[in-house]
Design a protein around this ligand. Structure first.
Ligand code: SF4
Ligand code: ZN
Length: 470
């Protein structure tokens, strides 16, 4: 059986940061302009043809340069100790392992994967079959303690990939469903994932039963299972500690862990807020929640949507702003799973504060949105600019509109208070040049040029020659 050393390209963690720009790319697989998915599935021994690597559909030598193809990555594994719980976490490693392959780039996860093969890899003789071998070998190397049998099936045939994506979505849904059975109050431990620190060094993912990782692929159950099979790995438990603010989702243990693992860069995290002390974002988030100051509401945009948000920029630009691992009030990366939590951005007002989402995303998470709000959240069909959005929200009487009224009242109140403190007709003396003649017989003159003098009252009194008041 071929090993890593028999492949025409190198396989090593040092290729992880490699980016393949469109000019250097031979073909693109899956991605926003095509489709695809990846899945790691624990199966019975007799369902896994151990060692088998297969490509269904055209491999690189049958593809046309510069073209785009659908793509599926299906890793099947069996093992005595291997439980379904670990699927999400091992699936997440597909991303990392694919990127070890020289000349192969893998972005995102689940049904959002986006891959590229570099021209220089193809020149060396790289084929998708080699990617399959690399995955098989890397999984065996890292998880040989739990994986007894493994098979990798890669798909580029359009119909096969379509079928596979449907199947994968069912599996994801089941996993996410399970995650909803618990909430933060039910557990004493949360989990931290540091996998993305390779490119976002201060990013610390905190995974709770209510908050799936922002990449969408690791639930609290997944994290727990990951730690069990790989206690030295990038995912480990932390003490929840005292809850400092249940609305915000601020926990003593989270603050401590985030501070420690971000090297002190982040000291405080509100797990359920986009506006204050938000969770950091590395860049793999499924969606971004972003504050729209003009309407005092929050928009959400996911990776699938390629048009502009009401801010006048698309997901990719917003994602650039929000990523990198720094804490940025007003931006937070979120997963679809988190949108389904009862605690979703509850500190900011939850769904009552959400004002805009792409139509498809809204449809996708429909069951999580309270019925009475569903029609009040604008999509690209209702508003593509802030002005249109404002108009729409007013028309449908979105709950944020009440906030505007309250704000106006507060502003009016403030104005009133100011007026009382400083009447508009407060006497102001404007002088071009005002000589001040200090006393004490000093022979100097101080000149204030163009000074505006404000006084509560101006009293003009005649002074007699001796200086005494009359
Ligand atoms: S986004 Fe978070 S949970 Fe997902 S792999 Fe990166 S660090 Fe881990
Ligand atoms: Zn990440």
């Amino acid at each position: 059986m071929a090993g890593l050393e028999d492949l025409p390209v190198e396989v090593s963690p040092r290729y992880e940061g490699e980016r393949i720009r469109s000019g250097d790319m031979y073909v693109e697989l899956a991605g926003p302009k095509s489709f695809g998915a990846e899945l790691f599935k624990v199966m019975d021994h007799d369902e896994v043809r151990d060692g088998n690597v297969e490509v269904i559909g055209p491999d690189i030598d049958d593809m046309e340069e510069g073209e785009r193809y659908p793509f599926g990555i299906f890793v099947k594994a069996a093992g005595e100790e291997l439980e379904e719980d670990v699927e999400g976490v091992l699936e997440r490693r597909i991303h990392e392992f694919c990127n070890y392959v020289e000349g192969f780039m893998h972005l995102n996860q689940r049904d959002q994967i986006w891959c590229r093969v570099a021209k220089k890899a193809v020149e060396k003789g790289f084929k998708l079959e080699h990617l399959g071998i690399a995955l098989r070998e890397l999984f065996k190397e890292e998880f040989g303690n739990v994986i007894d049998a493994i098979e990798v099936v890669l798909m580029t045939d359009e119909d096969k990939v379509k079928e596979f994506v449907e199947y994968a979505r069912e599996v994801y849904a089941k996993r996410d469903e399970r995650a909803k059975e618990l909430s933060e109050e039910d557990v004493d431990e949360f989990y931290v994932c540091l996998m993305c620190q390779s490119f976002a060094p201060t990013h610390v993912c905190v995974i709770t039963p209510d908050r799936t990782s922002l990449c969408g692929s690791i639930t609290w159950h997944d994290a727990k299972a990951a730690y069990k099979i790989d206690p030295e790995g990038p995912i480990f438990p932390i003490e929840k500690g005292e809850c400092l603010d249940p609305e915000a989702g601020e926990y003593e243990g989270v603050n401590e862990a985030v501070k420690e693992h971000s090297g002190g860069a982040v000291e405080r995290v509100f797990l359920h807020s986009c506006l204050e002390y938000p969770h950091t974002s590395c860049g793999c988030f499924q969606a971004v929640a972003f504050y729209i100051p003009e309407v005092d509401g929050i928009g959400i945009v996911d990776r699938e949507y390629t048009g502009d948000t009401p801010l006048g920029i698309p997901f990719s630009t917003l994602a650039g702003e929000a990523s990198g691992g720094e804490q940025q009030p007003g931006f937070v990366g979120v997963s679809y799973g988190y949108m389904e939590s009862d605690k979703f951005l509850q500190y900011d007002g939850g769904w009552e504060r959400i004002v805009w989402m792409p139509k498809e995303l809204k449809e996708r998470v429909k069951h999580a949105i309270p019925d009475e709000l569903y029609d009040k959240i604008a999509t690209e069909e209702d508003a593509t600019t802030v002005d249109e959005l404002k108009e729409f929200l007013e028309e449908v009487e979105h709950p944020v509109v009440e906030r505007w009224e309250e704000e106006e009242e507060v502003e009016e109140e403030e104005e009133k208070v100011e007026e009382e403190a400083a009447p508009a007709e407060a006497p102001t003396l404007e002088v071009g040049e005002l000589p001040l003649v200090p006393g004490g017989g000093l022979n100097v003159k101080i000149v204030l040029k163009n000074a505006k003098i404000y006084a509560e009252k101006v009293i003009i009194k005649r002074v007699d020659k001796e200086g005494g008041e009359k």
